[in-house]
Design a binder for this molecule. Structure first.
Ligand SMILES: Nc1nc2c(ncn2[C@@H]2O[C@H](COP(=O)(O)OP(=O)(O)OP(=O)(O)O)[C@@H](O)[C@H]2O)c(=O)[nH]1
Ligand SMILES: [Mg+2]
Length: 227
């Protein structure tokens, strides 16, 4: 499939073992690949020498800032947030892209908790319960109609991503994004996906600290909208 109108936005932090494998797994896709990372992460930069991709050094630190700076930089019609740890199934990309284009959708969200062909090898009991609670809250407080709000494997129109006007520099962006796009009236759908275990290295999300920040942020947004 021709994916030349798509850029993969790949946030990476200390992914020297996983990222080269991820890039090789997608080398046959003719989309652009943009790695967004910190300039002092020398080991990850060195690990991808010779592999076909662009690198954007982020000005501000954090996962959310990598996503925001990547969105602002990308010029193709579509983009997809794609992790550097090997957990996202690259075989979903073509299907998600064709669904977005044929349905003229603004966004399509991959989901680990749909009925068929979905699941996660990477969930612990805590993350499974946390993901369920946050997705429930998203539906209850903001009528998001998503059953996997935090996965953040999302493909969509670059222009719509830009209009979401995201501000959270950390992992709170995972909920800021769907809340903003819902309030802006964008059209979106879900797609069943299977999450693999990260290939190597450590996770950067802290279930308790980031979970608390996300919960607090959702409550804050709920009261802000109801004022
Ligand atoms: N540029 C950048 N990338 C980040 C940062 N934090 C995380 N990432 C990347 O964002 C993606 C998601 O982070 P993960 O640590 O895998 O989060 P997770 O998927 O909840 O955790 P796992 O269960 O271990 O997979 C990975 O590609 C990370 O390398 C950051 O501060 N800056
Ligand atoms: Mg991961």
């Amino acid at each position: 499939m021709n994916l030349e109108n798509l850029t993969l936005l790949i946030p990476a932090k200390y992914e020297k073992e996983s990222l080269p494998i991820v890039l090789k797994s997608i080398e046959n896709f003719n989309c652009k690949k943009l790695i967004v990372m910190s300039g002092d992460d020398f080991e990850t930069i060195n690990s991808i020498k010779g592999l076909k991709c662009d690198v954007l050094l982020q000005k501000k630190s954090g996962y959310g800032n990598a996503i925001i700076e990547g969105i602002n930089y990308i010029k193709t019609e579509y983009l997809c947030i794609f992790n550097a740890d090997g957990s996202f199934d690259q075989n979903d990309l073509e299907k998600m892209y064709s669904l977005a284009v044929s349905g003229n959708l603004d966004f399509i969200f991959a989901s680990r908790y749909s009925e068929k062909n979905s699941g996660s090898e990477d969930d612990s009991l805590i993350t499974f319960i946390g993901n369920k609670i946050f997705s429930y809250l998203g539906n209850f407080l903001f009528r998001l109609n998503l059953n996997d709000i935090l996965y953040t494997y999302v493909l969509g129109k670059t222009s719509s991503f830009k209009l979401c006007n995201l501000n959270c520099g950390d992992f709170r962006i995972c909920v800021e994004f769907p809340i903003n796009l819902k309030q802006l009236g964008f059209i979106y759908n879900s797609y069943s996906s299977f999450e693999r275990k990260r290939l190597f290295g450590k996770k950067k999300v802290n279930e308790f600290k980031d979970g608390f920040l996300i919960l607090y942020y959702m409550i804050y947004r709920f009261f802000k909208q109801s004022r």
